[in-house]
Structure formats: structure tokens, C-alpha cells
Design a protein around this ligand. Structure first.
Ligand code: SF4
Ligand code: SF4
Ligand code: SF4
Length: 155
């Protein structure tokens, strides 16, 4: 075991952050001890943050377009947390609130559907949108909904 790994094991709380949404291209294990997180800086949309030696994804006005920059930055550091060998997907459940969504309350609105490049939001006629299994968790719809009716939670 290398010195860096040994100290990390002794000193660092290894608890996973339970509700943190995992980043795209995640390999299943954080290899982030004493890293300066170039992946966070590589994301020009500000979607990643570094807390407790872990990378977390959170959508803002924009979502992830799977530009690969974070995974490339990680690989250049010779770390294994994010890699293009892993899936271009964010493991999250995306839900639409039926109480606040306009289209669930008899007002026509297609903002989320228009924002989704994956055709992952189905409408029943012109109302009642639901997220389908084509969703890749990019989070683009979250910022597109001006009612704040779309939430993401870690799977
Ligand atoms: S793939 Fe691109 S947009 Fe998505 S989190 Fe990584 S750097 Fe940001
Ligand atoms: S953008 Fe928001 S309010 Fe509009 S249909 Fe989608 S979830 Fe509902
Ligand atoms: S429904 Fe899923 S794939 Fe479509 S924009 Fe929202 S998060 Fe992205």
C-alpha cells in the first residue's frame, strides 16, 4: 500500500455521503484522497463539487451534456474515480411533482420535454408528464422547469 493510501485510510472518514448524486462516468469507487479535484474545474457548467474527498453532481440552470471533460481531467491525474470507460449516465431518479407541475394542473407547458434531448418525458395527451426509462439523469429538465417541479435523487 502506498503512503498516501495508508494515511488516507487512517485519517479520513470514509463514509459515503448518502444522498449525494454521483457524477457521470463514475467507476463505483472514489479514488480522490488528496486530489485537487481538476474534474470540478473542468466542468464549465459548475455541476460538480468536491466534499469529504468525494465528487458530487448537482444540476443548476443547466444539466450535464456528457462533454467528457471531467472524466478526462480525472484520467490525466491518473486517478480512477471518473473514466470514459464508465457509462455516460448519472444514476438518479428524476421526478415531477404532480402538485406543482403546470401540466399536472390543467395548464399547458412543455418546457421540460423541450429541454430533454433523450425524449425521456412522456405526456398523456397534452398533460400529466412523467419521466420514462430513457432518462440518463442529465438534469437538464430541472433548470428548465421554472416552477421548480422537477427533483433528482440518488439511486
Ligand atoms: S460531463 Fe461535462 S458537463 Fe457533465 S459533469 Fe462532466 S464536465 Fe460537467
Ligand atoms: S416544465 Fe415543469 S411545470 Fe412545465 S410541464 Fe415540465 S415539470 Fe411541469
Ligand atoms: S428527463 Fe432525464 S434525460 Fe431528460 S432532461 Fe430530465 S434528467 Fe435529462
Amino acid at each position: 500500500m502506498q503512503r498516501r493510501e495508508l494515511f488516507a485510510k487512517i485519517l479520513k472518514p470514509k463514509a459515503d455521503i448518502p444522498n449525494a448524486i454521483l457524477p457521470p462516468y463514475f467507476g463505483g469507487k472514489f479514488d480522490c484522497d488528496e486530489c485537487d479535484a481538476p474534474c470540478v474545474k473542468a466542468c464549465d457548467k459548475g455541476l460538480l463539487s468536491f466534499k469529504n474527498q468525494q465528487i458530487e453532481f448537482a444540476p443548476n440552470a443547466r444539466g450535464c451534456d456528457f462533454c467528457e471533460a471531467c472524466a478526462l481531467a480525472c484520467s490525466l491525474k491518473e486517478r480512477t474515480t471518473l473514466s470514459l470507460q464508465n457509462e455516460a449516465r448519472i444514476l438518479a431518479k428524476v421526478s415531477i411533482s404532480t402538485s406543482s407541475c403546470l401540466a399536472w394542473n390543467e395548464t399547458i407547458c412543455y418546457s421540460c420535454m423541450d429541454a430533454c434531448r433523450y425524449k425521456a418525458i412522456d405526456f398523456f395527451g397534452v398533460f400529466r408528464p412523467l419521466v420514462n426509462s430513457k432518462c440518463v439523469g442529465c438534469g437538464e429538465c430541472v433548470g428548465a422547469c421554472f416552477k421548480g417541479s422537477i427533483t433528482m435523487e440518488r439511486l
